[in-house]
Write a protein that binds this ligand. Sequence first.
Ligand code: ADE
Length: 228
Amino acid sequence: MIAIMGAMPEEIEPILGHIGEYRSYAIAGNLYYQGRYKGIDLVVAYSKIGKVFASLTASVMIQHFKAKKLLFSGVAGAISEDLKIGDLIAATKLCQHDLDITAFGHPYGYVPEGKVYVESDEELLFVAREVAKEKGIDLKEGIIATGDQFIADPEKKEWIKKTFDADALEMEGAAVAVVCDAFDVPFFILRSISDAADMDAGFDFDTFLESSSKISADFIISMVEKMA
Ligand code: ADE
């Protein structure tokens, strides 16, 4: 069983479009769609926005649906100047930019028994590079910073860049990474850029959510095909 998750309906709808027939299960306030694609069993769901909902969905996919790998598809705000709207970035590692117990002498993003960065699975990154090569897609790789805030502020964005060396930011990836790491489930976080986390971010996000979500979802489907 491979899990594919997003945070919002727009992020998983293109995936469901590929699967065709599926069964729906309501668990803990979310719908989980189970189906098959090219002979592979899939469970697909959107979590709702933010780290808490993302952790819940990733946990259900692993514990209830017995997912052996988890792929995340969605959109992100760009930090790196290299990333333009519609570009794809695969996370090499992820951190929580809003996790702060620095008052106790710890670095930003760290709590005892945790780690600042959770590293992505190398095999899934390899599959992604192969797919990108075959399709002639310029897949970027970098650090993704996650927090329970929609960032539309150049100063805040600069702080996240400086503090975590991050290339893109969003609101779920690191939560999924922490859950998958705890359960020893290989994960892959893919994001297509919807905005630049600047003054125009709200408007750009609304404008490009659908198109960028589709770019990400299509790439994830190609990865599943490669794994079939
Ligand atoms: N996801 C997409 N754009 C974002 C932004 N600017 N802040 C947080 N999450 C995002």
